[in-house]
Design a protein around this ligand. Structure first.
Ligand code: GAL
Ligand code: ZN
Length: 663
């Protein structure tokens, strides 16, 4: 009954922004265009509850009835990201407090503390009313919780109390807190629970164990806040699905924790439209989509998708180049999106986001972008049956962790050292090779993968290490990079040679390290090819591992930079330095041959390949996410689903050209 796996198109629509007389013509046009889903109401609290307890759902009823009349399905957003003025006036505890003591004032959005009792109470009430009112509405299929959760670093009283309770639950007593955080340094010891507050003053140089736990506390606060809504929605509307629209990556959020309570994850996807970013945007976008698919290790939704020139939060970006809207929508489907909802139907004529453009401009005259969207809807609807139920099955995984990222952000390791950027580089190398890749939480089981890449495992515990070791022992190829095994999960440095708990499987010992930061140094591989490295140089002593590349300069010239160790039936690589992307490409290409990985070879720059498969067959997506036309050499004959022809040999892909080939 609950279905969120249909391949279909949607739009974000704000009935409350438009004269009611416009609704039906809009909705009729949606229907004619091929739109099947609409998301509504996620910011409409002041219209849904016009004063405390005074709910006015009549307007939304009329809108939903119209959607139903035109057979459109609706996802309702709970409106808690924008508490109305009557609420914040009466209950100022809804508003977050910044580290400097200032209040996050109403006027924009996101002005809500997740731990505020009033927010939770009134947020639950409006959610309950909406759920009860719409549980049987024939148009409604699902719910979006809030909008784009994110950290606020709130310093209000409620957060102080909640943090204290969180710490008590984790450590029990203050002696243990002092010991686990090492508060003895700089006389930071707590002797009374009331001394323990969230980090005041905003200095990034407070105790790093404390700062990391504060992040964890905030992640848990979001999960707990979301759960207040999930509990209501699950009990009142068990037949509906629940999702949340995740903000662009990287971001400070336990997306795995938030995702665990959802039926399906959703992502808001706004690839950069600038030609200057053309070389990187398609790849960072691919990573974002793979990260989203990894949240629940299943297909996902796009809840907001690029429709026009983004702006308002910054000077406007370029308008999407012809073909871009369509190609980026197909990219999301190629990487596991099922339903793609475009933001927004029409650009707002009022409010702060007037220039974050929708599919239709202020003039309300559908133009070039709308025509492209119409074509896209037609294509998606034609392929709905073939593609619904298909998924990606990848043999490579990159392990990701918001805890590693948080800890590395709390204590930057070297200039230019950025956890998520490092993942981006590796992911780009994999993607350019034409190899599919999952991006999953560090603690997930690794069965089914042949190659696992785990960059910068700065914080470690035995459980993570066992998972990795078991994978390699059973025959997997594991790639680990520098700054691994440095700390315990309490953010305390380990007193053993690095890579600490990973010394056994890597078979190397770090004798000393050199944070070279933005400097570029030399590395030579076994064939004598030169490469560049940056960020970090571990000076390594291979204990049982074999070097495969050596430093080419500085006082450690000639010593190993990258090693490999036979471990059980598998192999463990250790990168003592941050190698340039080309090194990864060469190594991963070799591994793909060694391991017999599925690969679409010979992709030109800017072209991405991925495969969705299921009972109906396997479908190869080829996307040219660039402004140049390119030629792709096809290894076999395929049936082109979009162009209804047989393709073989040289395939010409126009700028932003898309092919979906039946394998
Ligand atoms: C998203 C948000 C939308 C809209 C869009 C464009 O972050 O969820 O409401 O603001 O960005 O800025
Ligand atoms: Zn707070």
């Amino acid at each position: 009954m609950k279905r969120y796996d249909l391949i279909q198109m949607g739009v974000d629509y704000y009935p409350e922004h438009w004269e009611e007389s416009m609704w039906e013509p809009d909705i009729r046009l949606m229907k004619e265009t091929g739109v099947k889903v609409v998301r509504v109401a996620e910011f409409a609290w002041s219209r849904l509850e016009i004063a405390e307890g005074n709910c006015q759902f009549g307007w939304l009823d009329r809108a939903l009835d119209l959607f139903h009349k035109y057979e459109l399905q609706v996802v309702i957003g709970t409106p808690t990201a924008t508490p109305p003025r009557w609420l914040t006036t009466k209950f100022p505890d809804v508003l977050p407090i910044f580290a400097n003591g200032e209040t996050f004032q109403p006027g924009v959005r996101g002005h809500r503390c997740y731990n505020s009792t009033s927010l939770r109470e009134y947020g639950s009430r409006i959610t309950q009313h909406l759920a009860e009112h719409y549980s049987e509405h024939p148009a409604v299929i699902g719910w979006q919780t809030d909008n784009e959760f994110g950290m606020l670093d709130c310093h209000c009283d409620a957060c102080n109390i909640a943090f204290r309770n969180w710490v008590k639950a984790k450590y029990g007593n203050l002696d243990r807190v002092n010991a686990e955080w090492g508060t003895v340094v700089w006389s930071g010891e707590y002797s009374d629970w009331n001394e323990l507050t969230v980090p005041l003053g905003g200095s990034p140089h407070q105790n790093p164990s404390f700062l990391l736990d504060y992040q964890r506390f905030q992640w848990d606060s979001v999960v707990a806040f979301q759960r207040t809504q999930i509990d209501i929605l699950r009990s009142v509307c068990p037949q509906h699905f629940i999702t949340h629209n995740f903000h662009s990556y990287p971001q400070r959020l336990d997306m795995y924790g938030v995702g665990a309570d959802l039926d399906v994850a959703a992502f808001d996807y706004y690839p950069n439209t600038s030609p200057a970013k053309q070389a990187t945007t398609p790849y960072s976008g691919a990573l974002s989509l793979d990260v989203t698919r990894g949240i629940k290790r299943q297909n996902f939704w796009i809840m907001e998708q690029l429709s026009g020139s983004p702006g308002c939060w910054m000077p406007m970006w370029r308008t999407p180049y012809p073909g871009m809207i369509r190609a980026y929508a197909w990219q999301t489907i190629a990487r596991g999106a099922d339903t793609v909802v475009h933001f927004r139907w029409r650009s707002a004529v009022a409010g702060a986001e007037q220039f974050w453009h929708g599919l239709i401009d202020h003039s309300n005259v559908p133009g070039r972008r709308f025509a492209e969207f119409t074509q896209l809807c037609h294509e998606v609807n034609t392929l709905e049956e073939k593609l619904t139920g298909t998924t990606l099955k990848n043999e490579v995984a990159i392990l990701h962790s918001h805890e590693e990222k948080a800890a590395l952000d709390i204590q930057p390791q070297a200039e230019g050292f950025d956890y998520y950027e490092n993942i981006k580089q590796i992911h780009r190398a994999v993607t350019k090779l034409g190899v599919g890749c999952d991006v999953i939480d560090l603690r997930q089981p690794l069965d089914g993968y042949k190659v696992v890449i785990a960059p910068n495992l700065y914080l470690l515990d035995e459980e993570i290490v066992r998972n990795l070791e078991d994978f390699a022992l059973a025959g997997g190829t594991l790639l680990i990079t520098n700054r691994s095994g440095v700390k315990t999960t309490n953010n305390i440095a380990v007193m053993q040679p690095l890579p600490g708990l990973l010394s056994y499987c890597t078979g190397v010992e770090v004798l000393e390290y050199d944070p070279i930061g933005a400097e570029t140094h030399k590395v030579i591989d076994a064939e004598g090819n030169p490469y560049e490295c940056t960020q970090w140089c571990d000076i390594l002593r291979p204990v049982v591992a074999s070097p495969i590349a050596w430093y080419g300069d500085d006082f450690y010239s000639g010593t190993p930079a990258v090693t490999v160790n036979d471990f059980g039936k598998g192999q463990v690589y250790y990168f003592g330095t941050h190698m340039e992307e080309r090194f990864w490409s060469v190594l991963l290409e070799r591994l793909s041959k060694q391991q017999g990985l599925f690969r679409f070879e010979g992709l030109p720059d800017g072209v991405q390949a991925s495969v969705r498969s299921g009972d109906q067959g396997s479908f190869l997506f080829l996307l040219n996410l660039s402004r140049e036309s390119v030629t792709v050499a096809l290894p076999q004959e395929y049936n082109s689903l979009l162009n209804h022809s047989i393709c073989s040999g040289e395939l010409q892909l126009e700028p932003y050209g898309v092919e979906i080939l039946e394998m």
